[in-house]
Design a protein around this ligand. Structure first.
Ligand SMILES: CC(=O)N[C@H]1[C@@H](OP(=O)(O)OP(=O)(O)OC[C@H]2O[C@@H](n3ccc(=O)[nH]c3=O)[C@H](O)[C@@H]2O)O[C@H](CO)[C@@H](O)[C@@H]1O[C@H](C)C(=O)N[C@@H](C)C(=O)N[C@H](CCC(=O)O)C(=O)O
Ligand SMILES: Nc1ncnc2c1ncn2[C@@H]1O[C@H](COP(=O)(O)OP(=O)(O)OP(=O)(O)O)[C@@H](O)[C@H]1O
Ligand SMILES: N[C@H](CCC[C@H](N)C(=O)O)C(=O)O
Ligand SMILES: [Mg+2]
Length: 479
């Protein structure tokens, strides 16, 4: 492909005819004829390697300042942004061949995207899914390392989806994905905003910075579907200029849930819009899932489906792996595996489960290493609000000392009348929870959800699946 076909408004007149053999932002992938894009990250700055890349055979470099490389450097204000556009062009703009639905917000993205994909597929629309658990092209499953993949991988994935005949793509758009322009030139037919509460403040300067990153999605969409129960959602609704629809579980929105009945086995509610209402039954328990399903229905309606085609699919949907998933024990207490890893998510899942806990609610959780440390004591406080007993343990320690992470968590409950045990090893902690559980108790294992690994020091991944650990614990304890 010629350089001028990769860069819009061709700023590269002098070398526009240069043939480009590959595009990359990674020095390790540069070969003869590559276009190398210099990106400054947390641990490496591509600008420092630009001259060396030209020597290695790169045809040209994209950079953010004059590196003294003559007409073989293309200077741009934001090389991540231009790289995203270059990747779109490299793969022939697959985003233009697909109807795209994006979901952003702190919590609920995986849940909502999976519900939407199920509805679309049930209605005969081949759909691609991009998100935390895995990527999917129709029924085909592809492994992923990120919620929103890096620009090159993402555009390559969209191209595969378009080639496979997908009509829709439904994807989780993380704040990282937005502010690093991993989504290239994507334009979303429908964009959903769930909520904004504390997470990722190790990366974003503050909540305002985090909000501004999420807000970027609503500058590149046709219709915004926004949670008006959330403070930031109401602000976003006021600031969004495209077509917009609000949703709520409290009423007074374009789409809202009314007459909500929550049980351990699921919920029912009336999905209302104007003077029309439709009864919805779901196997996914909890008030937050009523919100998630309301959002999913609203997004599908805005994407052109009819309510009569949406509701039957929701009624037969069993829920998302590791999201309020009951692990069968055959005993007189219940074990739930959930992905709550923020204060708000923990509060929501525990508040919801508490409503149907007959005896004690036991919450086992830890916090991820090399991630937002400020959320750690807040997660302890959130858990203590509804759980009768906390078991504080490790999540993915990564390169931090598990004990130091636990100390940060404990700061939230120290000197408070909270009943807690500390068991650093997560496997032992789960065994401990199973040992102390009594009739009618519910144990919520929070934070790891679908993950089947634990990330230890040196980023070593070990196999760790909570469903298996629970089964092992029950065998050992002969319960
Ligand atoms: C915080 C973050 O976004 N980190 C990602 C990011 O790192 P970074 O920007 O610091 O990059 P860097 O490693 O300094 O490299 C900078 C540039 O130099 C290049 N490079 C690097 C090394 C080298 O030898 N040569 C070279 O050219 C890289 O290709 C890159 O273009 O770019 C790296 C390379 O592409 C990623 O591996 C890394 O993801 C790490 C694994 C990660 O954990 N990311 C998480 C935090 C993440 O992205 N999470 C979000 C949200 C999750 C959610 O809430 O659901 C997600 O969407 O997954
Ligand atoms: N609408 C919601 N509001 C608050 N908490 C929620 C909501 N939906 C789900 N949760 C809680 O958050 C956890 C994570 O949900 P989910 O995986 O859908 O979110 P996510 O936005 O995809 O998260 P991530 O940023 O890790 O990708 C759930 O296991 C549940 O505890
Ligand atoms: N997408 C989230 C996942 C966190 C999951 C939790 N198990 C942890 O490791 O903190 C993140 O990257 O912050
Ligand atoms: Mg997710």
């Amino acid at each position: 492909m010629k350089l001028r076909d990769l860069i819009e408004n061709n700023a590269v007149t002098a070398i526009g005819d240069t043939e480009i053999s590959s595009v990359t932002d990674d020095t390790r992938k540069v070969t003869e004829g590559s276009l190398f894009v210099c990106v400054k990250g947390g641990s490496f700055d591509g600008h420092t390697a630009a001259a060396e890349m030209l020597e290695k055979g790169a045809a040209a470099v994209v950079c953010e300042r004059d590196l003294g490389l003559g007409d073989r450097q293309i200077i741009t204000e934001n090389s991540r942004k231009l790289y995203g556009q270059i990747c779109s062009a490299w793969f022939g703009h697959p985003e233009k061949k697909l109807k795209m639905i994006g979901v952003t917000g702190t919590n609920g993205k995986t849940t909502i995207t999976n519900v939407i994909k199920y509805i679309l597929m049930k209605n005969g629309h081949k759909t691609g899914l991009v998100g935390t658990i895995q990527n999917e092209i129709g029924e085909e499953i592809l492994h992923t390392d990120n919620t929103t993949p890096m620009a090159y991988d993402f555009m390559g994935l969209l191209a595969k989806m378009a080639d496979a005949g997908c009509e829709y793509v439904v994807m989780e758009v993380s704040s990282f994905g937005l502010c690093q322009y991993r989504i290239g030139s994507s334009y979303f037919d429908v964009a959903v905003f769930t909520n904004l509460t504390q997470d990722h403040l190790d990366y974003h300067k503050d909540m305002e910075d985090y909000y501004q990153a999420k807000k970027m999605l609503f500058d590149i969409c046709g219709c915004a579907v926004i949670n008006s129960d959330d403070d930031y959602g109401r602000r976003l609704y006021g600031e969004t200029v495209c077509t917009k629809r609000s949703f709520s579980v409290k009423g007074n929105a374009d789409y809202y849930a009314d007459g909500i009945k929550i049980k351990s086995t699921g919920s029912s509610f009336w999905f209302c819009s104007g003077d029309k209402s439709h009864l919805v039954k779901t196997r996914m328990p909890g008030m937050f899932n009523v919100s998630n399903i309301t959002a999913a229905i609203a997004a599908c309606l805005e994407a052109g489906l009819t309510i009569d085609n949406i509701i039957p699919a929701i009624e037969e949907y069993n829920g998302v792996k590791g999201r309020c998933e009951v692990i069968p024990t055959g005993l007189d207490f219940t074990v739930i595996c959930d992905y709550a890893h923020t204060p708000d998510a923990l509060e929501n899942i525990l508040r919801s489960v508490k409503e149907y806990t007959e005896n004690d609610l036991i919450c086992l959780f830890g916090c991820g290493g090399n991630r937002d440390a400020a959320k750690r004591p807040k997660m302890a406080q959130a858990a203590a609000k509804y759980a009768d007993k906390l078991i504080i343990t490790s999540d993915n320690p990564r390169n931090e000392k598990p004990e130091a992470i636990i100390d940060d968590i404990l700061a939230g409950v120290k000197d408070k009348p909270v009943n807690y045990d500390v068991v650093t090893d997560r496997r032992e902690a789960i065994f401990h929870a199973l040992k102390i559980a009594e009739k009618g108790d519910i144990i919520v294992l929070a934070g790891k959800g679908h993950e089947d690994y634990q990330i230890l020091a040196g980023m070593e991944h070990i196999h760790f699946d909570e469903r298996e650990v629970v089964a092992e614990g029950l065998r050992l304890l002969k319960k």
